[in-house]
Design a protein around this ligand. Structure first.
Ligand SMILES: C=C(CC[C@@H](C)[C@H]1CC[C@H]2C3=CC[C@H]4[C@H](C)[C@@H](O)CC[C@]4(C)[C@H]3CC[C@]12C)C(C)C
Ligand SMILES: C[S@@+](CC[C@H](N)C(=O)[O-])C[C@H]1O[C@@H](n2cnc3c(N)ncnc32)[C@H](O)[C@@H]1O
Length: 357
């Protein structure tokens, strides 16, 4: 073989290898995103690193920031500009956890967790329900298809609205699913207009749970139900245990949370705004199988993703800051797993409420 043939064969193999590594290995759970397509919401490429720094500046004085009404929604919006594509790429279109189910795929377990929410609402086909904090609409599409209800989703993040609308159209569910950009603390909907409301791992972003529950209560029709999967600390959490405190702070910092609440507070807050509490249950408790297994199983993929993001940033394809965002998620996954292992944290404290007639 002469030098030229050797050179071209080697180049071809290297090019093919790089394509396989970036495009095939780097494809999303649900083929929604590929590594080379990662963008950072409405942030321009050169603003990603700045956005990341801005996000972390919130935690310099979190208590002051939580009490400044506008700061939390803006901080949550910045967070979702940074992570939305990485979530879709590495997790799928549903931004939440679900208990593992032996013999079922993650996709099926996710779908069943979502269907359970709408089954609890007991709505009929054709009714109008609200998804408070809808992300890119994974749950919304499952719920519309399963129940035949019209679903309106609200999210604070403009980029998620764009993604959710595109996914709805592609799934041919755009006649049942509508997406609005707005703040669930001041919703652009009239009083008593929804036949049901659900929120999946979203109200944990509200600085005061009372404020979002009050808004949900306002837009819900009397006699209708609201169900939420809340992120909370459990009865095993001990605030005098430094290891527990470190885990919970790690979860708050990597997930844009103004402060995790205790499971004990949720029912009281719901009652305070006027709801009847029908049922409250930590869905992570046995016989349910661990929700954090999926996170742990993904470890090898996270390393691969880390290499991919680093290479793409080095080539100038991904922006500066992309590696920081990925590293932050990597660390967060570990804190979340520890929260699950120790049992001090659950992302699925379910509360079912009814607005009295
Ligand atoms: C409800 C919320 C989000 C919950 C989860 C959907 C996300 C929490 C942590 C995220 C991830 C951690 C590790 C990432 C990994 C390093 C990367 O390579 C690919 C994406 C991850 C798996 C990412 C995916 C989404 C999470 C599991 C919060 C914000 C209230
Ligand atoms: C972890 S994601 C969950 C999304 C969706 N429920 C799911 O399971 O895929 C949290 C969602 O809550 C939304 N959110 C957080 N604070 C909000 C606010 N103040 N107003 C509207 N949406 C908000 C975020 O924009 C994001 O879409």
């Amino acid at each position: 073989m002469d030098f030229l043939t050797l050179f071209f064969t080697a180049s071809l193999l290297a090019g093919g290898g790089l394509y396989w590594f970036l495009c095939i290995l780097g494809s999303a759970e649900q083929k929604g995103k590929r590594a080379v397509q990662l963008s950072f919401g409405s942030l321009a490429k050169e603003k990603v690193q700045e956005g990341y720094k801005q996000y972390w500046s919130f935690f310099r004085c979190p208590k002051e920031n939580i009490n400044t009404a506008d700061k939390v929604p803006a901080f949550v919006d910045t967070f979702y500009n940074l992570v939305t594509d990485m979530y879709e790429w590495g997790w799928g279109q549903s931004f939440h956890f679900s208990p593992s189910i032996p013999g079922k795929s993650h996709r099926d377990a996710t779908r069943m967790h979502e269907e359970m929410a709408v089954d609890l609402l007991g709505v009929k086909p054709g009714s109008r329900i609200l998804d408070a904090g809808c992300g890119v609409g994974g749950p919304m599409r499952t719920i519309a298809a399963h129940s035949g209800a019209n679903v309106v989703g609200i999210t604070i993040n403009e980029y998620q609205v764009k993604r959710a609308r595109a996914h709805n159209k592609k799934a041919r569910l755009d006649s049942l699913c509508e997406v609005v950009c707005g703040n669930f603390l001041e919703m652009p909907f009239a009083d008593n207009t929804f036949d049901g409301v659900y929120s999946i791992e979203a109200t944990c972003h509200a600085p005061k749970l009372e404020e979002v529950y009050k808004e949900i209560y306002r837009v819900l029709k009397p006699g209708s139900f609201y169900v939420s999967y809340e992120w909370v600390t459990t009865e095993l959490y001990n605030s005098n245990n430094p290891e527990h405190v470190e885990i919970i702070q790690g979860i708050e910092r990597g997930d844009a949370l103004p402060g995790l609440r205790s499971y004990k507070d949720i029912g009281g807050i719901a009652r305070k705004v006027g709801f009847e509490v029908v049922k409250e249950k930590n869905l992570a408790k046995p016989p349910a199988k661990p929700w954090w297994t999926r996170l742990k199983m993904g470890k090898i993929a996270y390393w691969r993703n880390h290499i991919l993001v680093t290479v793409l940033a080095w080539l100038g394809i991904a922006p500066k800051g992309a590696v920081d965002v990925h590293d932050m998620l990597f660390v967060t996954a570990d804190y979340l797993s520890k929260g699950g292992d120790t049992g001090i944290f659950t992302p699925m404290h379910m509360i079912l409420c009814r607005k009295p007639e």
